[in-house]
Design a protein around this ligand. Structure first.
Ligand code: ADP
Ligand code: MG
Length: 697
């Protein structure tokens, strides 16, 4: 009789691993390293891959490039250095009288896995080299003494930790899946499982750990991927409705008169996308809870005018609007644009940045608090504690992903939140805007303003430099202007300045000696930078030699030329931002990017960069190349990592889950329906803390 017999199913699931069959205190310690503490943790510890043992073959049966598994005994191990720090490991496997050689390049750590006489299973694609079969970088499973290769089925492969072998892990999890899967409650109503063709939880757990065949395995994996993405979408939906219920904002509706008064100020016709974005924003701002909108548009797509409309809508209702830029240079540029458009209106603008003198700052703060300023343009200085607004109705954040809960709290006043508009030219892949930013509404500017000329992008070849500079000079003589971007120097502002200054010296005494050059970098004072930009804007300077400080937002339509040095050091998004500086006017732009060192990754990136000027396409390829982890990690946003879903792979499922979550929340707001209680509880358990959804239940 089992000592646990009188426990409830839920208690069973919480059994510490130590007391499970085949575990014990020592293995429990190893499992602890993988954060596996209770039976249920093991049940939901999904395999990271599978080995298809139904494909177990003899060496005679091998076919060129057809993936298979081969079982044999390690006969010989040889390790070689092939010069220049590269290493090669060869492991010869004997199967009766036949041999297979496996190879690893530059993976010296593989050596310690093997010992002569061991039985192993290798899985991979075989290749015939002369008369001998070889496999490069096969997957390896070492069999314990006396253990048979798992045959005729698909074997799970788990993440391991030192001291825990794959067969041991398989036995432990396999036996828990057998004994405990029944105890897991189904979160979905029967009808839902049926409608979505989802495998019921007990089956799904058994199949994912011990699949009967590929089809059933896929069915099980699909259930868990879907469930994981649905949970996240439900959590995002719950958060959205919670915010809508709890937060209050002033209603700032547009009407025909206000609309006409604002549009009259713009020097051009708006594009269709700009019109649509304005319609979206007006719709949001008329409501009594905060707008939470992301305006994304490629560089030069014309986001500023949309922001301007939103700000003036707030002003029309006697509210203040604040615009936060990532740099002082950009803040000043926004002030210039606004001052130009508003020169004949009574709208009052103030600049609020870190470089104001104490007295200037005091005056600005007093006027803002007294309501004598309508538009506050600045840097993060805007969210400092001593800034008191008279009546803040709207906050716009330009080009800045990090704007957290704390900053928002600082801007809330007398129980009222301003409306929020976040602008970005780094297009956010759809997968990300649907997950990490899943509670933002999104408007997208895809069209470019009329009259834009194309930008031509070239990958520079060292031998052709002279030709490029000749072209550069020709265009300068025709009246155009240009940028030269010096290589990025990581983590060392001093070296970066050296790099940009030596580039300047070389050009001023060489290729561009006949022209008026300026040098721009991050260490200059804001006055210096501003003066340089003014001079460049006015055409007094023809070429700016700069660090990537020109990357974001700078708008000088006559600048159409750009040389990028050390292109391999920039990310795709950054390169695209840089290129955006020369695609703003009535003349075509020309970019030539040189790489001073070459890696495969850099080559791939630069190729992608020269192939298309569509920022959205680039963002997607960046996402595919680098994976979601590097761009926007769940962790960085305080969210638990996915167990099985993969945003680069599971996009279709994500879209489905999103639509389903929406539908469920529409039908049962707050998931408050009898049959959804368990589901709701689980969603809150997983995301409640991270998303501040409040307590479970
Ligand atoms: P971004 O989206 O990169 O912030 P901007 O708002 O700076 O782009 O706009 C880029 C340039 O395009 C600016 O010079 C702006 O005046 C101009 N522009 C924006 N919208 C239009 C339009 N509808 N028609 C003509 N020019 C426009
Ligand atoms: Mg901009």
């Amino acid at each position: 009789m089992n000592a646990n017999a009188d426990k409830s199913p839920a208690e069973h699931l919480l059994t510490p691993v130590q007391f499970l069959k085949g575990v014990g205190p020592q293995r429990a310690e190893l499992l602890e390293r993988l954060e596996l503490r209770r039976a249920v943790d093991l049940l939901f510890f999904f395999p990271r891959s599978y080995q298809d043992m139904s494909e177990l073959r003899t060496v005679q049966q091998l076919e060129e490039n057809v993936p298979v598994s081969v079982c044999g005994v390690v006969e010989e191990i040889d390790e070689r250095n092939t010069g220049t720090g590269r290493s090669m490991l060869g492991v010869l496997i004997r199967q009766e009288t036949q041999f297979l050689r496996s190879l690893w390049f530059n993976q010296p750590h593989m050596r310690q896995k093997f010992a002569v006489g061991q039985r192993v299973v290798l899985s991979g694609k075989p290749r015939l080299n002369g008369l001998r079969w070889e496999m490069t970088h096969p997957r390896v499973e070492i069999l314990a003494a006396g253990e048979d290769p798992p045959s005729g089925r698909i074997s799970p492969m788990y993440s391991l930790t030192e001291g825990l072998t794959q067969p041991a892990m398989r036995r432990i999890v396999g036996s828990i899946a057998e004994s405990h899967s029944d105890a897991v409650e189904e979160v979905f109503p029967e009808s839902f499982l049926h409608e979505k063709k989802l495998l019921p939880i007990t089956d799904a757990l058994r199949q994912i750990h011990a699949p009967d065949n590929i089809e059933r395995l896929e069915h099980a994996r699909r259930r868990f991927i879907y469930q994981e993405l649905l949970f996240m979408q439900l959590a995002l939906g719950l958060r959205r409705s919670k915010l809508q219920q709890e937060q209050r904002s002033p209603a700032l509706p547009a009407n025909a008169k206000i609309d006409a008064r604002i549009r009259r100020l713009f020097p051009f016709e708006l594009t269709g996308d700009q019109q649509q974005a304005i319609a979206d924003i007006s719709h949001d701002m008329q409501r009594e809870y905060p707008m939470n909108r992301l305006l994304q548009g490629d560089v030069g797509s014309g986001k500023t005018v949309v922001a301007e409309y939103a700000m003036l809508l707030a002003v029309a209702h006697q509210h203040q609007a604040a615009l936060m830029a990532p740099t002082e240079l950009l803040a000043r540029q926004h002030v210039r644009t606004l001052a130009r458009d508003l020169r004949e209106s009574r709208v009052r603008i103030a600049l609020l940045t870190g470089s104001l003198s104490a007295a200037e700052r005091r005056t600005a703060l007093e006027r803002i608090a007294a309501g004598e300023i309508d538009l506050i343009i600045g840097t993060h200085a805007i969210v400092q504690a001593d800034v008191k607004f008279k009546q803040l109705g709207l906050v716009i954040i330009d080009e800045q992903h990090r704007f957290g809960v704390n900053q928002r709290a600082a801007l809330r006043q007398a129980g009222l939140d301003p409306h929020y508009l976040v602008m970005t030219a780094t297009p956010i892949p759809r997968t990300i805007s649907m997950t990490l930013f899943g509670d933002l509404d999104v408007s997208t500017l895809k069209q470019t303003p009329p009259g834009r000329q194309p930008v031509h992008t070239y990958l520079g070849e060292e031998g052709q430099r002279e030709k490029w500079w000749e072209f550069f000079r020709k265009k300068l003589r025709e009246g155009r202007q240009g940028y030269v971007i010096a290589p990025l120097v990581d983590d060392s502002p001093e070296l970066e300045i050296q790099s940009v200054e030596s580039a300047y010296e070389n050009l001023a005494n060489g290729e561009l000696e006949a022209f008026r050059l300026g040098v721009l970098h991050g260490r200059q004072s804001s006055e210096e930078k501003e003066a340089l930009m003014q001079a460049f804007n006015a055409g007094e300077l023809q070429v700016l030699v700069a660090t990537s400080v020109v990357e974001v937002g700078i708008d000088v339509p006559n600048a159409t030329l750009m040389t990028i040095e050390g292109g391999e050091r920039f990310g795709l998004a950054q390169l695209h931002q840089l290129r955006g500086r020369v695609s703003r006017g009535a003349y075509p732009g020309y970019v030539c990017v040189y790489a001073s060192a070459n890696s495969d990754g850099a080559q791939q990136r630069l190729q992608a960069f020269s192939r298309t000027t569509d920022g959205f396409e680039l963002a997607e390829s960046d996402f595919q190349m680098r994976g979601p982890g590097n761009l926007f990690s769940l962790k960085q946003h305080g969210l638990p990592p996915f167990r099985i879903a993969d945003l680069t792979r599971d996009f279709a499922v994500l879209e489905e889950a999103r639509a389903d979550a929406q539908q469920m929340l529409d039908a049962a707001p707050g998931l408050d329906a009898e049959e959804l209680q368990l589901l709701k509880q689980r969603v809150l358990l997983r995301y409640g803390g991270a998303m501040e959804l409040g307590d479970v239940g």
